[in-house]
Design a protein around this ligand. Structure first.
Ligand code: 7SA
Ligand code: CA
Ligand code: CA
Length: 360
């Protein structure tokens, strides 16, 4: 039942998208906004090109599947696709009845022969999507990696300032000088993205993805984990005209009580806490919070409904993603914060017909 329902809902969402874009084929308009937020999307309608359990449901075959679906994705009215993390991840974990690993968020090194397919299959799929006018947006995870399991130079020695725990604990950001953001869980795998060696590796990899893997832009993971200015620097150095969106999933009350954002709104957290200093658009978790906790009448209080255009236009709206929603397969995915089924169609109709850049 649920699956049929989802298919019906998605067809509604997609047909709305089709209507929105099939009446004319406009040029791909850039989205740089007046105050310099790069390429916020302008006219993009983004498809999330993976779910949580792909590596268990289509292991090694996903890039081929995307390659074959590129035409459908284009005809459905999408102008961009959010690809999974391109780097190989052989981690596996289980805790509290949950388990997983391999999805890319605990990557070993920048080798792209991971569990979605081979490097060459990725290059082929990305080229086909790009040739179909679909912007290829890669998921980038600078905060941490599977420390010590890496090859290709990522088996970095301790005590050199490469990782969070290499510096004397100075108490910054609840951590130490080697990390200008939050830690991922215990923080033992957190990288010091301010270290020139680490910074340059990511800068060069973004250029590599742009030059050799058809990248049209990037989704920055766990941006609470490092300074937002780092994203501005990387994009400026590697791909200033590229599409940029950051994932800042952090409630106001997760900031220390002395922090100005502790008593701020969800909108201020994502706009002031990330989008402005990073010069990058941002997932609209303010709208997500209203979807989850507010009446339909309060949906206007998402970032994408802000009275100010420069706030609305950096909002990247979504209903659910690979963390918040259900996914087919093992454990039904993660569903950390799923929207109730009876609101899904309405929510998709809302994001596909209101300001900001919608992600389906
Ligand atoms: O609770 C939901 C919401 O309810 C609402 O009512 C609340 C909200 O505030 C409230 O109003 O939202 C809260 O909960 C969210 C979900 O946890 C939090 C949010 O901040 C909080 O407010 O969101 C956080 O977690 C998300 C999954 C992140 C967000 O950025 C983050 O803010 N999403 C992205 C980040 C990652 C990691 O790259 C990905 O995580 C997501 O897919 C991506 O979208 O350090 C070494 C180490 C040791 O320290 C550990 O002890 C050891 O166990 C490693 C080991 N860690 C493992 C983890 O335990 C295990 O879970 C790790 C190696 O693997 C797994 O981690 C997965 C993670 O579970 C998964 O979600 C990770 C790596 O594979 O990949 C994914
Ligand atoms: Ca565009
Ligand atoms: Ca960090």
């Amino acid at each position: 039942m649920k699956h049929q329902f989802r298919k019906a809902m998605l067809s509604i969402a997609v047909s709305t998208a089709l209507f929105a874009t099939s009446s004319f084929v406009a040029a791909d308009t850039g989205g740089a906004s007046p105050d310099g937020v790069r390429y916020h999307g302008g006219d993009e309608i983004i498809l999330q090109g993976f779910h949580w359990n792909i590596v268990r449901e289509a292991n090694g075959n996903w890039y081929n599947i995307l390659n074959n679906m590129a035409g459908d994705i284009k005809n459905d009215g999408f102008t961009a696709i959010w690809m999974p993390v391109p780097w190989r991840d052989f981690s596996s974990w289980s805790s509290g009845g949950n388990s997983g690993g391999g999805e890319g968020y605990f990557w070993t090194d920048f080798n792209k022969n991971g569990q979605y397919g081979s490097d060459s299959q990725l290059q082929a799929a990305a080229a086909t999507l790009n040739n179909n006018g679909i912007k290829v947006i890669y998921d980038i995870v600078p905060n941490h990696h599977n420390r010590g399991a890496g090859n290709d130079g990522w088996d970095l020695p301790a005590g050199q300032g490469y990782y969070r725990d290499d510096c004397a604990n100075s108490g910054n950001n609840g951590g130490n000088d080697c990390d200008d953001g939050d830690r991922f869980i215990g923080g033992e795998s957190d990288l010091n993205t301010a270290h020139p060696t680490i910074y340059n590796r990511f800068r060069d990899e973004l250029s590599n993805l742009k030059n050799n893997y058809s990248a049209g832009g990037f989704r920055f993971d766990f941006v609470r984990g490092y300074a937002p200015e780092r994203v501005d620097a990387w994009m400026g150095d590697a791909f200033s005209s590229g599409y940029c969106v950051g994932e800042l999933w952090k409630a106001p009350n997760e900031y220390p009580s002395w922090h100005p954002l502790h008593s701020a709104s969800w909108q201020e957290v994502i706009k002031n806490g990330f989008s402005d200093p990073a010069k990058c658009s941002v997932f609209d978790f303010a709208l997500k919070e209203r979807f989850q906790n507010g009446s339909v009448a309060s949906w206007k209080d998402g970032l994408n409904g802000n009275p100010s255009r420069s706030w609305r236009e950096v909002a990247v709206t979504f209903v659910d993603n690979h963390d918040t929603g259900y996914s087919p397969g093992q454990n039904g995915g993660q569903h950390h914060w799923p929207l109730a089924d009876n609101k899904l169609r309405k929510a998709y109709a809302y994001i596909l017909s209101s300001p900001g850049t919608p992600v389906v």
